[in-house]
Design a protein around this ligand. Structure first.
Ligand SMILES: [Zn+2]
Length: 101
C-alpha cells in the first residue's frame, strides 16, 4: 500500500525535528526488552515517546504483542507458569511484513 511509503517519509521528517529521539531501528531493538520489562526508565520513556509519534512503530509494537500472545496461547499447556518464550522467527516475520508494506 502507498500509505507505508508516505509514513516513512513523514517519519524521516519527525526524526529530524526531534533530536535525542530513538530511531525506528533502535525502537525495533527495544521492542523485546520493553515487552519483558527489561528497559531502564529513560529507555522506556524514549521508547514510549517514539511509539506515540511514529504510527508505523506503534503498529509494529501491537503486531509484536499480538504475535507473542498468540505464541503464549499455543504454548499455554506446557508452559503455564513460565513466561512465554520469544519466538525470534515470528518477530522477524512481523518486522519484515512491516518493511514490505
Ligand atoms: Zn518508528
Amino acid at each position: 500500500m502507498g500509505a507505508g511509503r508516505l509514513g516513512r517519509r513523514l517519519k524521516a521528517v519527525t526524526m529530524r525535528r526531534m533530536p535525542g529521539m530513538i530511531t525506528c531501528a533502535e525502537f525495533e531493538r527495544f521492542v523485546v526488552d520493553h515487552y519483558e520489562g527489561a528497559l531502564s526508565e529513560p529507555e522506556r520513556r524514549r521508547f514510549e515517546r517514539h511509539m506515540a509519534l511514529c504510527p508505523p512503530c506503534r503498529v509494529s509494537w501491537q503486531s509484536y504483542r499480538k504475535a507473542v500472545a498468540l505464541g503464549r496461547g499455543l504454548f499455554a499447556e506446557e508452559d503455564r507458569d513460565a513466561p512465554a518464550p520469544v519466538d525470534e522467527g515470528l518477530v522477524a516475520a512481523v518486522l519484515a511484513a512491516r518493511r514490505d508494506e
